[in-house]
Design a protein around this ligand. Structure first.
Ligand SMILES: Cc1ncc(COP(=O)(O)O)c(C=O)c1O
Length: 460
């Protein structure tokens, strides 16, 4: 009998191409895949400025106003620890096993109860649990967008969504907001212009409540109009709502999904419970559900059973609504500390919005200051922020920056804004001394006065 032939395992050199591998080895980096082998869609995948900042910004001497990390200090860790232990000892065989691709049924029912607070009537069968709402964003883009498809998004928009759109080579057309959120007239105008070019966007991606990064909330009077405009042009709506229950006035806004069952709604426990558990969800029309579940299955087989069961127990056994109230009280104190510090320290010509929920203040700096170019000098001065360009797909935002007040203490926030003000003063000094900025001119209107106001308009 002939000896069975052993399959040969390709070596690193065979996998990567001998010439390239030789070069890589010579450079001391054996096994690096040559970039021409990557799929074309990876060209749009760039590290977000925020992620790149994480390493420096997390040094203890730096006050980070950059990241949107929820403040978990108020969580009842001891009772959660007991819950974890009980989950393992009583239900470990299920919790540590593969589960359903769509998510744990009991949790999907509880998610419907959470969404009912925003007026949504949903069937648990239409809920797909995901690994954070970021995964839901990725999956939704994956099943709807081919390369070059157009997606509408507010300008500015959530950096993680822009990352997903870029990863699937979708083109983003921004629609401006004012202090009441997305401007319906500009949405209509954008859709009209696109229609004249024969383009129907795949969907409008919108964050109606306590927007990331703009901090604004879509006025209730505008909600039906936004839906009606999209319906008229045959454009879907993806509503991303991780902050909706984090209002400072106690008001809960009606979800777009509560007004239109065709809206794809994305939710998350990251901001209302624990971001590390990575439990989010999509509520989708039945016609979309099966595709979404198949896409989810190919990404993860199933979301983590253990984390879902822990969230389910937390919702069942803890007063989670009081916990959210505790969180929002802490965030309101931090928001107030930030607004006070901005009023006290910032130089003339800066403007910002006053958020009534969520994590973010969106700041416009005086003309000539480039927030991306200024960032290294800010970090040297031991304060970090997220520069505005990361929140636009089209290079706009060089005169804007996002400040997060969710994580640092009020004292640290005050100190961080004081440091930021010093950096801005130094930039303005250079401009005054040399008559002009050495940096590229900023785009956008000159704010009329110092103080809180709406984000700068930005037409598509
Ligand atoms: C608007 C928005 N959508 C989605 C996400 C992602 O949240 P998750 O932790 O659920 O993936 C975030 C996180 O900051 C966000 O701000």
């Amino acid at each position: 009998m002939p000896e069975p032939v052993q399959p040969t395992v390709p070596t690193t050199r065979a996998l990567t191409g001998s010439a390239a591998a030789a070069g890589a080895e010579a450079a001391g980096a054996a096994g690096v895949v040559p970039t021409e082998r990557f799929a074309a869609r990876t060209a749009g995948m760039t590290a977000s400025e925020i992620r790149a900042l994480f390493a420096v910004a997390s040094r203890p001497e730096v006050v980070s106003l950059a990241g949107g990390m929820p403040n978990l200090a108020a969580l009842p860790l001891d009772s959660l620890a007991a819950e974890v232990a009980d989950l393992v000892s009583r239900e470990g065989q299920v919790a540590l096993q593969y589960g359903s691709a769509q998510g744990v049924p009991a949790l999907r029912e509880q998610i419907c109860e959470v969404m009912a607070l925003e007026g949504i009537q949903a069937d648990p069968d239409d809920v797909v649990v995901t690994v954070g709402s970021q995964m839901a964003l990725d999956l939704v883009t994956r099943i709807f967008c081919d390369p070059d498809d157009v997606v509408l998004a507010e300008g500015p928009s959530y950096v993680g969504a822009l990352g997903s759109f870029a990863a699937y080579q979708a083109r983003v057309v921004h629609v401006a907001m004012d202090e009441h959120g997305l401007v319906p007239a500009l949405l209509r105008q954008a859709l009209h212009t696109l229609a004249q070019q024969g383009i129907t966007p795949k969907f409008l991606y919108t964050i109606p409540n306590f927007h990331n990064p703009a901090g604004v909330t879509l006025a209730v009077e505008r909600r039906a109009e936004v839906l009606e405009i999209c319906a008229r042009y045959g454009v879907g709506v993806v509503e991303d709502n991780p902050y909706g229950l984090l209002g400072f006035t106690g008001r809960i806004y009606p979800a777009l999904r509560s007004m239109d069952r065709d809206v794809v709604y994305l939710g998350s426990f990251s901001k209302t419970f624990a971001s590390g558990l990575r439990v989010g969800w999509a509520l989708v029309p039945p016609a979309v559900r099966d595709r979404l579940v198949l896409a989810a299955e190919s990404a993860t087989l199933c979301p983590p059973s253990f984390n879902q069961m822990l969230v389910s127990r937390y919702l069942a056994a803890h007063d989670w609504q009081s916990q959210i109230k505790t969180f929002t009280e802490a965030y309101r104190d931090r928001r107030d500390a930030m607004l006070n510090a901005l009023e006290t320290y910032l130089p003339e010509g800066c403007t910002w919005n006053v958020p009534d929920g969520g994590f973010y203040v969106w700041l416009t700096v005086p003309e000539g200051v480039d927030t991306k170019a200024m960032l290294p000098r800010a970090v040297t001065a031991r304060v970090a922020y997220a520069s505005g360009t990361g929140f636009y797909a089209d290079g706009f935002g060089s005169r804007q920056l996002r400040l997060s007040y969710c994580y640092p203490t009020p004292e640290r926030i005050t100190e961080g804004v004081r440091r930021l003000a010093g950096v801005l003063e130094a930039e303005l000094d250079v401009m005054r001394t040399f008559g002009t900025s050495a940096r590229p001119a900023a785009v956008g209107p000159t704010p009329p006065r110092n103080g809180p106001q709406a984000p700068s308009p930005h037409t598509p």
